[in-house]
Design a protein around this ligand. Sequence first.
Ligand SMILES: Cc1cc2nc3c(=O)[nH]c(=O)nc-3n(C[C@H](O)[C@H](O)[C@H](O)COP(=O)(O)O)c2cc1C
Length: 118
Amino acid sequence: MERHSGVAKCFPARQVVLDNGETNTRKWGDAMLKTKFTETFGIDYPIVQGGMQWVGYAELVAAVANAGGLGFITALTQPTPEDLSREIAKCRDLTDKPFGVNLTILPSLNPPPYVEYR
Ligand SMILES: Cc1cc2nc3c(=O)[nH]c(=O)nc-3n(C[C@H](O)[C@H](O)[C@H](O)COP(=O)(O)O)c2cc1C
């Protein structure tokens, strides 16, 4: 008799046809989950770690990237453009996967000098 785990019964393998006509067989536990978002950003899973002030440092962002998601360094945490540049370089040392940088557009008492960040 063939044995199935409960998970395999609930989530059987199924074929998904993508917008570009390619087919993708997905089953529970697959390492990759292809969507337009994952293909656009070159990541494995459609999961984003949003910008979080005082949390979105290189270590977290690289860990998210290495796990297959899309992480964002939070620019607002970095006191100067040079610090942000160093944080981006540190993240590039920790991962060769894509990641982003979150810039706030909210009104602020001390607006970040983003023009100097270029
Ligand atoms: C501690 C903390 C700090 C955050 N700081 C920022 C920030 O600096 N910039 C920003 O755009 N969003 C910030 N957010 C919002 C998050 O990026 C995210 O949009 C929010 O937590 C909602 O996430 P969800 O869509 O997964 O529920 C912060 C959230 C938390 C919990």
